[in-house]
Design a protein around this ligand. Structure first.
Ligand code: ADP
Ligand code: ADP
Ligand code: ZN
Length: 214
Protein backbone atom coordinates (compact mmCIF):
# COMPACT_ATOMS: atom_id res chain seq x y z
CA UNK A 1 0.00 0.00 0.00
CA UNK A 2 1.34 3.42 -0.99
CA UNK A 3 -0.05 6.34 0.96
CA UNK A 4 0.61 10.07 0.93
CA UNK A 5 -0.29 12.12 4.02
CA UNK A 6 -1.44 15.64 3.27
CA UNK A 7 -2.15 18.44 5.71
CA UNK A 8 -0.75 21.61 7.20
CA UNK A 9 2.38 21.58 9.35
CA UNK A 10 1.28 20.30 12.75
CA UNK A 11 -1.96 18.72 11.50
CA UNK A 12 -0.87 15.36 12.85
CA UNK A 13 0.53 13.74 9.70
CA UNK A 14 3.56 12.32 11.49
CA UNK A 15 1.55 11.07 14.46
CA UNK A 16 -0.86 9.21 12.18
CA UNK A 17 1.80 8.05 9.69
CA UNK A 18 3.70 6.27 12.48
CA UNK A 19 0.56 4.39 13.49
CA UNK A 20 -0.29 3.51 9.90
CA UNK A 21 3.27 2.22 9.39
CA UNK A 22 3.02 0.00 12.47
CA UNK A 23 -0.43 -1.37 11.60
CA UNK A 24 0.24 -2.12 7.92
CA UNK A 25 3.91 -3.08 8.19
CA UNK A 26 5.18 -0.43 5.80
CA UNK A 27 7.90 2.18 6.42
CA UNK A 28 7.05 5.71 7.53
CA UNK A 29 9.06 8.08 5.37
CA UNK A 30 9.27 11.67 6.56
CA UNK A 31 11.39 14.07 4.50
CA UNK A 32 11.52 16.43 7.49
CA UNK A 33 12.95 13.64 9.68
CA UNK A 34 15.50 12.77 7.01
CA UNK A 35 16.60 16.42 6.73
CA UNK A 36 16.86 16.73 10.52
CA UNK A 37 18.85 13.49 10.80
CA UNK A 38 21.25 14.80 8.16
CA UNK A 39 21.57 18.08 9.98
CA UNK A 40 22.32 16.30 13.23
CA UNK A 41 24.98 14.20 11.48
CA UNK A 42 26.43 17.36 9.92
CA UNK A 43 26.14 16.17 6.30
CA UNK A 44 26.29 18.57 3.36
CA UNK A 45 22.64 17.86 2.58
CA UNK A 46 21.71 18.68 6.16
CA UNK A 47 23.54 21.99 6.10
CA UNK A 48 21.96 22.98 2.79
CA UNK A 49 18.47 22.07 4.03
CA UNK A 50 18.93 23.98 7.29
CA UNK A 51 19.10 27.33 5.49
CA UNK A 52 15.54 26.84 4.27
CA UNK A 53 14.09 24.99 7.24
CA UNK A 54 15.13 27.66 9.73
CA UNK A 55 13.19 30.25 7.77
CA UNK A 56 10.14 28.03 7.45
CA UNK A 57 10.69 27.87 3.68
CA UNK A 58 10.67 24.73 1.57
CA UNK A 59 13.90 23.00 0.64
CA UNK A 60 14.31 23.21 -3.18
CA UNK A 61 12.57 20.45 -5.17
CA UNK A 62 15.82 19.22 -6.77
CA UNK A 63 17.43 18.50 -3.40
CA UNK A 64 14.27 16.96 -1.96
CA UNK A 65 13.66 14.74 -4.98
CA UNK A 66 17.20 13.43 -5.03
CA UNK A 67 16.85 12.44 -1.41
CA UNK A 68 13.46 10.77 -1.67
CA UNK A 69 14.11 8.87 -4.91
CA UNK A 70 17.19 7.42 -3.26
CA UNK A 71 15.10 6.40 -0.25
CA UNK A 72 12.62 4.49 -2.46
CA UNK A 73 15.46 2.21 -3.58
CA UNK A 74 15.70 0.81 -0.08
CA UNK A 75 14.33 -2.72 0.03
CA UNK A 76 11.92 -1.91 2.87
CA UNK A 77 9.82 -0.03 0.28
CA UNK A 78 8.95 -3.22 -1.61
CA UNK A 79 5.46 -3.46 -0.05
CA UNK A 80 4.76 0.27 -0.08
CA UNK A 81 5.18 3.15 2.32
CA UNK A 82 3.43 6.02 4.03
CA UNK A 83 4.88 9.36 2.96
CA UNK A 84 4.76 12.20 5.48
CA UNK A 85 5.75 15.67 4.32
CA UNK A 86 6.36 14.62 0.73
CA UNK A 87 5.21 15.65 -1.83
CA UNK A 88 4.80 19.27 -0.80
CA UNK A 89 4.71 20.96 -4.20
CA UNK A 90 3.08 20.20 -7.55
CA UNK A 91 6.46 19.49 -9.21
CA UNK A 92 7.25 17.00 -6.41
CA UNK A 93 3.84 15.33 -6.85
CA UNK A 94 4.35 15.07 -10.61
CA UNK A 95 7.84 13.63 -10.15
CA UNK A 96 6.41 10.99 -7.82
CA UNK A 97 3.57 10.06 -10.21
CA UNK A 98 6.09 9.76 -13.05
CA UNK A 99 8.57 7.70 -11.05
CA UNK A 100 5.77 5.28 -10.13
CA UNK A 101 4.43 5.15 -13.69
CA UNK A 102 7.88 4.12 -14.88
CA UNK A 103 7.66 0.98 -12.76
CA UNK A 104 3.99 0.40 -13.64
CA UNK A 105 2.83 1.46 -10.20
CA UNK A 106 0.68 4.14 -8.56
CA UNK A 107 -0.33 5.59 -5.21
CA UNK A 108 -3.34 4.09 -3.41
CA UNK A 109 -4.44 6.94 -1.14
CA UNK A 110 -3.76 10.60 -0.45
CA UNK A 111 -5.15 11.29 3.03
CA UNK A 112 -5.63 14.91 4.06
CA UNK A 113 -5.55 15.50 7.82
CA UNK A 114 -7.63 18.64 7.97
CA UNK A 115 -6.99 21.16 10.77
CA UNK A 116 -7.73 24.91 10.57
CA UNK A 117 -4.85 27.39 10.97
CA UNK A 118 -5.98 28.69 14.38
CA UNK A 119 -5.70 25.24 15.92
CA UNK A 120 -2.27 24.70 14.36
CA UNK A 121 -0.51 27.60 16.05
CA UNK A 122 -1.47 26.49 19.55
CA UNK A 123 -0.78 22.83 18.80
CA UNK A 124 2.75 23.54 17.59
CA UNK A 125 3.89 25.39 20.68
CA UNK A 126 3.23 22.20 22.66
CA UNK A 127 4.99 19.85 20.23
CA UNK A 128 8.18 18.20 21.47
CA UNK A 129 10.37 16.22 19.11
CA UNK A 130 13.01 13.52 19.49
CA UNK A 131 15.84 14.12 17.05
CA UNK A 132 17.19 10.63 17.66
CA UNK A 133 14.20 8.61 16.38
CA UNK A 134 11.73 11.17 15.00
CA UNK A 135 9.22 10.58 17.82
CA UNK A 136 6.76 13.41 18.47
CA UNK A 137 4.93 14.29 21.64
CA UNK A 138 2.69 17.03 22.91
CA UNK A 139 2.97 18.52 26.38
CA UNK A 140 -0.81 18.32 26.88
CA UNK A 141 -2.27 15.91 24.29
CA UNK A 142 0.47 13.26 24.22
CA UNK A 143 3.02 13.75 27.00
CA UNK A 144 6.04 11.43 27.29
CA UNK A 145 6.20 9.11 30.33
CA UNK A 146 9.28 10.92 31.64
CA UNK A 147 9.35 14.67 31.06
CA UNK A 148 11.82 15.68 28.35
CA UNK A 149 12.70 12.08 27.38
CA UNK A 150 11.52 10.03 24.40
CA UNK A 151 9.45 6.95 25.39
CA UNK A 152 10.76 5.00 22.42
CA UNK A 153 14.50 5.62 22.60
CA UNK A 154 15.24 7.71 25.71
CA UNK A 155 16.55 10.60 23.58
CA UNK A 156 16.17 14.22 24.69
CA UNK A 157 12.99 15.97 23.55
CA UNK A 158 13.31 19.46 22.09
CA UNK A 159 11.07 22.28 20.95
CA UNK A 160 11.96 22.57 17.26
CA UNK A 161 13.25 26.04 16.40
CA UNK A 162 10.91 26.13 13.39
CA UNK A 163 7.92 25.54 15.71
CA UNK A 164 8.17 29.10 17.09
CA UNK A 165 4.86 30.93 16.39
CA UNK A 166 6.33 33.42 13.83
CA UNK A 167 7.92 30.60 11.85
CA UNK A 168 4.77 28.49 12.07
CA UNK A 169 2.76 31.38 10.61
CA UNK A 170 5.15 31.56 7.69
CA UNK A 171 5.07 27.77 7.22
CA UNK A 172 1.26 27.97 7.06
CA UNK A 173 1.49 30.58 4.31
CA UNK A 174 3.89 28.35 2.41
CA UNK A 175 1.49 25.44 2.95
CA UNK A 176 -1.50 27.32 1.52
CA UNK A 177 0.49 28.56 -1.44
CA UNK A 178 2.50 25.51 -2.43
CA UNK A 179 1.07 22.38 -0.80
CA UNK A 180 -2.69 22.90 -0.67
CA UNK A 181 -2.92 22.69 -4.51
CA UNK A 182 -2.03 19.00 -4.09
CA UNK A 183 -5.59 18.44 -2.87
CA UNK A 184 -6.95 19.11 -6.36
CA UNK A 185 -4.06 17.20 -7.92
CA UNK A 186 -4.99 14.05 -5.98
CA UNK A 187 -8.74 14.63 -6.43
CA UNK A 188 -8.01 14.50 -10.17
CA UNK A 189 -6.11 11.24 -9.67
CA UNK A 190 -9.18 9.89 -7.85
CA UNK A 191 -7.35 8.92 -4.65
CA UNK A 192 -8.09 11.88 -2.36
CA UNK A 193 -9.59 11.31 1.11
CA UNK A 194 -10.13 13.76 3.96
CA UNK A 195 -10.34 13.21 7.72
CA UNK A 196 -11.15 15.72 10.44
CA UNK A 197 -7.79 16.23 12.20
CA UNK A 198 -9.26 18.23 15.08
CA UNK A 199 -10.61 15.05 16.68
CA UNK A 200 -8.46 13.22 19.23
CA UNK A 201 -5.56 11.12 17.91
CA UNK A 202 -7.30 7.79 18.43
CA UNK A 203 -10.45 8.84 16.57
CA UNK A 204 -8.45 10.31 13.69
CA UNK A 205 -6.60 7.00 13.40
CA UNK A 206 -9.87 5.04 13.33
CA UNK A 207 -11.23 7.33 10.62
CA UNK A 208 -8.08 6.75 8.57
CA UNK A 209 -8.04 2.96 8.95
CA UNK A 210 -11.72 2.85 7.96
CA UNK A 211 -10.68 4.46 4.68
CA UNK A 212 -7.59 2.28 4.13
CA UNK A 213 -9.49 -0.96 4.91
CA UNK A 214 -12.37 -0.26 2.54
P1 ADP B 1 5.90 19.36 9.73
O1 ADP B 1 5.81 17.90 10.07
O2 ADP B 1 5.69 20.22 10.92
O3 ADP B 1 5.05 19.75 8.57
P2 ADP B 1 8.35 18.62 8.53
O4 ADP B 1 9.19 17.93 9.51
O5 ADP B 1 7.58 17.80 7.56
O6 ADP B 1 7.40 19.60 9.31
O7 ADP B 1 9.23 19.65 7.68
C1 ADP B 1 10.07 20.57 8.30
C2 ADP B 1 10.76 21.40 7.22
O8 ADP B 1 11.54 20.53 6.37
C3 ADP B 1 9.82 22.13 6.28
O9 ADP B 1 9.38 23.37 6.80
C4 ADP B 1 10.73 22.30 5.05
O10 ADP B 1 11.68 23.33 5.25
C5 ADP B 1 11.50 20.99 5.03
N1 ADP B 1 10.83 19.97 4.20
C6 ADP B 1 10.31 18.78 4.64
N2 ADP B 1 9.77 18.09 3.61
C7 ADP B 1 9.94 18.85 2.50
C8 ADP B 1 9.58 18.70 1.13
N3 ADP B 1 8.93 17.61 0.67
N4 ADP B 1 9.93 19.70 0.27
C9 ADP B 1 10.58 20.78 0.69
N5 ADP B 1 10.92 21.01 1.96
C10 ADP B 1 10.61 20.04 2.88
P1 ADP C 1 2.76 17.03 11.48
O1 ADP C 1 3.59 15.80 11.19
O2 ADP C 1 1.57 17.14 10.58
O3 ADP C 1 3.57 18.29 11.47
P2 ADP C 1 2.60 16.02 14.22
O4 ADP C 1 2.13 14.61 14.04
O5 ADP C 1 4.01 16.25 14.58
O6 ADP C 1 2.16 16.90 12.93
O7 ADP C 1 1.64 16.71 15.31
C1 ADP C 1 1.85 18.07 15.72
C2 ADP C 1 1.65 18.18 17.23
O8 ADP C 1 0.27 17.99 17.56
C3 ADP C 1 2.42 17.12 18.04
O9 ADP C 1 2.81 17.71 19.27
C4 ADP C 1 1.39 16.02 18.26
O10 ADP C 1 1.65 15.29 19.45
C5 ADP C 1 0.08 16.83 18.37
N1 ADP C 1 -1.09 16.14 17.80
C6 ADP C 1 -1.13 15.30 16.73
N2 ADP C 1 -2.39 14.87 16.48
C7 ADP C 1 -3.18 15.46 17.43
C8 ADP C 1 -4.60 15.41 17.72
N3 ADP C 1 -5.47 14.70 16.97
N4 ADP C 1 -5.02 16.17 18.75
C9 ADP C 1 -4.16 16.92 19.49
N5 ADP C 1 -2.83 16.99 19.28
C10 ADP C 1 -2.34 16.28 18.26
ZN1 ZN D 1 13.29 8.96 20.33
Amino acid sequence: MKIVMLGAPGAGKGTQAKRIAAKYGIPHISTGDIFRANLKAGTELGLKAKEYMDKGALVPDSLTLELIMDRFNNEDCANGYVLDGFPRTIPQAKALTEALEKIGDKLDFAVDVDVPDEAIISRMSGRRACLQCGGTYHVVFNPPKVEGKCDACGGDLILRSDDAPETVRHRLEVYHEQTQPLIDYYKDEGIFERVDGTKDMETVFEDITNILDR
